[in-house]
Design a protein around this ligand. Structure first.
Ligand code: NAG
Ligand code: NAG
Ligand code: NAG
Ligand code: NAG
Length: 293
């Protein structure tokens, strides 16, 4: 008990030592532009408004990709596009194909050439990979970040943003390491899960981390998002995001807790908490709870 306490105090007192184990200049988030990664069931107006604002405001062109949904066809009134228009976005285009040959044509890519925002809708994330991976369209998504825009998405549209594609199996969304494992990698060295608290998915990430222990795991609850600028991920929205980095953190000052071994740990971040994706630590807690508090 006492030894645990001393070790904890030592760890808290030596943050600079801990930093040396990480490469300070590894960019895990995008070098330019930003990400809004939503854990499913996006309702909150303030999250939609962040997406529009980060795209550059109501007149910024935003392209909505419904492809994860798996419907036979889509028109310009796909639900997320309608919501974005209701939220004030004036230039919203729905863009869809299941055919990578089509996705590789200049004609198809045209609406993306001046887009400042992308929104990936929900469904099955492997459909986005099958349609767009390696095509001109995928390159054009990346270019939106390059010109300082925002890539956003909810549910499947969250997971696609990781370098590792969580739940990428064509047979079942319950398989964490499936027949598709490569995402679009806007967040590097990371796997992203969604709907985590509502569906009690909080242990599922370990299926991925057992196989790929160097990945950072993040799991986001519904109507909650990570807003990412370079290596900073800030929680916004309704509930919590979970971090799996082999460490533990609590907003209780001087905490001494019984916690599981590193490969079984996770902890929660609430709205306003800021996490450094490269250092893998909380850099700005939204509030602390003092001893005896
Ligand atoms: C990044 O850090 C490494 C050492 O960890 C250093 O050698 C390299 O020059 C740095 N690169 C930049 C761009 O700062
Ligand atoms: C989309 O909705 C608008 C407004 O209700 C309507 O005028 C338009 O015809 C619809 N477009 C399609 C392709 O259904
Ligand atoms: C990251 O967050 C820290 C702490 O809030 C802040 O000082 C820094 O400017 C932020 N960097 C970016 C790129 O947002
Ligand atoms: C800080 O956390 C509280 C409780 O979750 C929340 O009400 C508040 O909005 C958060 N502040 C910020 C800046 O997000």
């Amino acid at each position: 008990m006492q030894l645990t306490f001393l070790l904890t105090v030592a760890a808290l007192a030596a943050p600079t030592l801990a930093h040396q184990h990480h490469n300070h200049n590894t960019t895990v988030g995008p070098e330019h532009g930003s990400l809004v990664i939503v854990g499913g069931n996006l309702q909150r107006s303030d999250i939609w408004q962040r997406i529009i604002s980060l795209a550059g405001g109501p007149d910024a062109p935003i392209v909505v990709i419904p492809t994860a949904g798996g419907e036979a066809t889509y028109d310009q009134n796909f639900s997320s596009a309608v919501t974005l228009r209701q939220q004030g976005a004036n230039k919203v285009t729905v863009l869809h194909t299941y055919d990578p040959a089509v996705a590789d044509t200049e004609e198809f890519v045209a609406p993306l050439r001046e887009a400042k925002g992308i929104f990936f809708g929900g469904g099955r994330q492997w459909r986005i990979v099958d349609a767009y991976a390696g095509t001109k369209t995928e390159k054009a998504f990346q270019a939106v970040l390059g010109r300082g825009g925002v890539i956003s998405g909810s549910s499947a549209g969250a997971s696609i943003q990781g370098s590792f594609l969580a739940r990428g199996d064509t047979k079942s969304n319950q398989v964490m390491v499936g027949d598709h494992t490569v995402g679009f990698g806007y967040l590097k060295n990371a796997a992203i899960d969604q709907h985590v608290l509502v569906r009690n998915r909080h242990f599922d990430m370990f299926d991925i981390l057992k196989a790929y222990p160097k990945l950072l795991g993040v799991a986001i609850d519904e109507d909650t998002a990570l807003e990412v600028h370079k290596n900073n991920a800030t929680v916004i929205g309704s509930t919590y995001a979970i971090v799996y980095d082999g460490k533990f953190w609590s907003r209780e000052e001087g905490y001494v807790k019984t916690i599981p071994p590193p490969e079984a740990r996770f902890y929660f971040l609430r709205p306003g908490d800021v996490y450094d994706l490269a250092l893998r630590e909380v850099i700005q807690p939204n509030g602390t709870v003092p001893l005896n508090g």
